[in-house]
Ligand binder design. Structure first.
Ligand SMILES: *Cc1c(COP(=O)(O)O)cnc(C)c1O
Length: 463
């Protein structure tokens, strides 16, 4: 940029007089607009090459419009409600489980005022926050006691730190999981101060392998659900009952990280092998750990259920305070758990279960209805219903397929990746799944009320 052009940049005050920025100041605020103009002009001064290529500066009116557009874009929240057309029901990138209406209502009630978070209303004395969900969790799982922390990773670190710091925890080599990059069991174990004692092999671990490793240094036996992979073929591992009976013989607790935390048996939805929290408790596991925002369909949290004495030790550990949940989490979790008191109610009211149990016929009808409307938009060359399958996601077994229907789009004049990118910038953004040269909009994860919004989003795109 020549010094001349720098001098030609209009002063802030002059730009603020321009129509688009005046209009914007009314809808956002004058402070936001002034700060936006300043930082836009700073960027402009920095962008020597771009301006030099343009040769001259735009007029103040045009510059005003550009700045206004830029401020509007900057004001968009980074966290936006998004239509999930990926078909992946527990997409960690898209916030895992959507909350039930009952949970949302409770968030408003509890969030908008004061609440009995840590006070016993009868006695007036100080109380503990997890009592908000303890009874619900013990009733639903059959456990003696329950605690809630920030997430299942936190639940695992806390449990190991409280029960096994400086001592050994025996885990099968087939269960040293990595869940989504930053969660690796050996690392979690070392952060907690517990010592990982690996036994067996990747594909075969016998009860005798655990038995041979038990000694003075052993604090617990741990089983970890291999949520996101399966070891198939020549395999063997003991049942939870066998582990529990070995642990009892040596007076050592079994910690069972079941991962996704199903409250009901997902076999009814065609998904087998997902451990049910209550089954693990009934089998005798002393401490059972799971996430709140996976198959339970609630808010992000980590749930610990099990023996009262052990949970008291866990609760007293200083990390408990560091990992504690807020009233919003407890409110949403309590409301979600209440729905599970009647399985039929849960299936209707917990969005994850409702999406999962939507009949294929229903998805087919919607795909057939939407395809021609989407095909009629300028950026789409062809759109047709497509029967395929998808999976749960969120660290669950990818091998378990769920039948679904999509609308499959072929782009016109742009690449399929470009079409996917543009749909992610609509209002609301739509996130689909690219498969070869087509963009799939998978209806398994789209709420029926979002169909017309999704069509409108494609219609917003011009060629
Ligand atoms: C998902 C998962 C975790 C981590 O849970 P977050 O709630 O995401 O922290 C830990 N263990 C297993 C087996 C899991 O499936």
């Amino acid at each position: 940029m020549t010094p001349n052009m720098l001098r030609n940049i209009p002063p802030v005050n002059e730009l603020l007089e321009s129509k688009p920025l005046q209009v914007l100041a009314e809808s956002v605020s004058r402070n936001v607009v002034v700060a936006g103009v300043r930082s836009f002009l700073d960027n402009l001064r920095g962008e020597v090459t771009q301006v030099a290529a343009e040769g001259s500066l735009p007029s103040p009116a045009e510059l005003g419009q550009r700045i206004a557009d830029w401020i509007v874009q900057q004001q968009q929240p980074r966290l936006r409600d998004t239509i999930n057309a990926t078909g992946v029901l527990l997409h960690t990138g898209l916030g895992r489980a959507p909350l039930a209406q009952a949970a949302l209502d409770e968030l408003v009630t509890i969030g908008s005022g004061y609440s009995s978070l840590e006070i016993d209303l009868e006695s007036g004395f100080r109380s503990q926050r997890h009592l908000a969900v303890q009874h619900l969790l013990t009733d639903l799982t059959g456990a003696e006691s329950a605690l809630v922390v920030n997430n299942n990773a936190g639940a695992t670190v806390l449990t190991l730190a409280a029960l096994a710091a400086g001592k050994e925890v025996i885990v099968s080599r087939g269960e040293l999981v990595e869940i989504g990059g930053s969660y690796r069991l050996p690392d979690v174990m070392s952060v907690s101060g517990a010592i990982l004692r690996e036994v067996g092999t990747t594909n075969k671990t016998r009860i005798d392998d655990y038995a041979a490793a038990i000694g003075e240094e052993t604090a617990a036996l741990m089983r970890v659900h291999t949520s996101n992979y399966e070891i198939v073929g020549f395999t063997e591992k003991p049942s939870i009952e066998e582990l529990v009976s070995l642990g009892r013989k040596h007076n050592r607790p079994v910690i069972d990280d079941i991962g996704s935390g199903a409250m009901v048996d997902f076999a009814r939805y065609g998904i087998s092998g997902e451990p049910v929290a209550g089954d693990s408790v009934r089998a005798g596991a002393e401490v059972v750990l799971f996430s709140g925002d996976k198959l339970l369909g609630g808010p992000q949290c980590g749930i610990i259920v099990g023996r009262r004495l052990l949970l008291e030790r866990i609760c007293k550990h200083p990390l408990m305070r560091a990992l504690r949940v807020g009233k919003m989490t407890l409110a949403a979790l309590a409301a979600t758990l209440r729905l599970y008191q009647d399985q039929a109610v849960a299936e209707r009211a917990v969005p994850l279960l409702a999406l999962l149990s939507t009949p294929l016929e229903n998805l087919h009808n919607r795909a057939v209805r939407m395809a021609p409307q989407i095909a009629a938009t300028p950026v789409v060359a062809a759109a047709e219903p497509l029967e395929t399958d998808t999976f749960l996601g969120g660290g669950s077994v990818p091998a378990q397929r769920i039948a679904t229907w999509c609308v499959a789009l072929r782009p016109r004049g742009i690449s399929v990746d470009e079409l996917a990118r543009r749909l992610r910038s609509t209002s609301p953004p739509v996130v689909g799944r690219v498969h070869k040269d087509r963009l799939l909009l998978d209806l398994r994860t789209v709420f029926p009320g979002q169909d017309s919004e999704m069509i409108a989003a494609v219609e917003q795109l011009s060629d």
